[in-house]
Design a protein around this ligand. Structure first.
Ligand code: ZN
Ligand code: ZN
Length: 131
């Protein structure tokens, strides 16, 4: 059987989308499946949706890490950084639907704010005790 686009060329494989026969030049490998030129577009458009659940937002991870470390040390510096990163992560997640981690970003935001309050209170306590 010949390629649908090039009738005089022997078909190498079938398209995973339309099941028509195509030659090696016409087929594109996407995620282990072979697609023809027109089905490739559809397959590529489908991919960001499929990958949506698997792209965690790096900012949210970092924000949560800073927030947790900040509870124990350097909270005055780390908690504001965690809050800033959490807000940035929330913006990034809102802007692109293929990012996950809004739960982490929210957690980082809450821990960051609570951590910062604790550190500020701790500082006030220390100042009042030295009087
Ligand atoms: Zn096709
Ligand atoms: Zn061809």
């Amino acid at each position: 059987m010949g390629c649908k686009n090039h009738p005089n060329v022997v078909a190498a494989d079938r398209c995973a989308g339309c099941a028509e026969s195509f030659c090696q030049d016409c087929l594109v490998d996407i995620g282990g499946q072979k697609y023809c030129g027109s089905c490739k577009v559809m397959a590529l458009q489908g991919r960001p949706v499929a990958a949506a659940a698997t792209t965690p937002c790096k900012e949210a991870d970092e924000a949560l890490k800073y927030a947790i470390i900040g509870i124990f040390c350097f909270g005055i510096i780390l908690e504001p950084m965690a809050i800033a990163k959490a807000l940035k992560a929330k913006n990034l997640i809102n802007a692109s639907p293929n990012l996950t981690g809004s739960g982490k970003a929210n957690a980082a935001l809450i821990i960051g704010i609570v951590g910062l309050i604790l550190w500020v209170l701790g500082l006030f306590m220390r100042i009042s005790q030295t009087r």
